[in-house]
Ligand binder design. Structure first.
Ligand SMILES: [Zn+2]
Length: 128
């Protein structure tokens, strides 16, 4: 998608009541977000600038991003919160731009791991 198509697609997805639950077409991706196909010739900075004009004041990594999908793999740089959703822009492992719309209440990355650690700790406590 070029910038105009991307902006239109994001705009359609940002209201929860518009399109129902978010699902992703990418193989192996869980529900709760939608990855949008981005033209290879688009630059992350241009996407951020265009979304910034439209949605204002992004959250950045420095000031705290909302929980986003694949936070360990995608270099998310900017996110805008809209109603129950977050619009996220970053760079993939191949440095190409990645754009996703995610549920804002999706579990933070690492929550499952923390729960596993807590249950291990609890499991290792022995009652005399
Ligand atoms: Zn996805």
């Amino acid at each position: 998608m070029d910038l105009a198509e991307l902006a239109k697609a994001v705009s359609r997805l940002k209201y929860p009541q518009d399109e129902g639950d978010l699902t992703c077409d990418e193989p192996g991706h869980p529900d709760g977000h939608t990855c949008l196909p981005v033209s290879a010739d688009l630059d992350v900075d241009d996407v951020v600038e265009a979304f910034g004009e439209r949605y204002r004041d992004p959250r950045t990594r420095t000031y705290g991003l909302p929980p986003l999908p694949f936070d360990d793999r995608i270099g998310w740089t900017h996110a805008w919160s809209r109603f129950a959703r977050a619009i996220a822009v970053g760079r993939g492992p191949d440095v190409r731009p990645v754009v996703a719309v995610a549920e804002r209440n999706m579990p933070a990355a690492g929550t499952g791991r923390l729960a596993a650690i807590v249950s291990t700790v609890i499991g290792s406590v022995r009652v005399p």
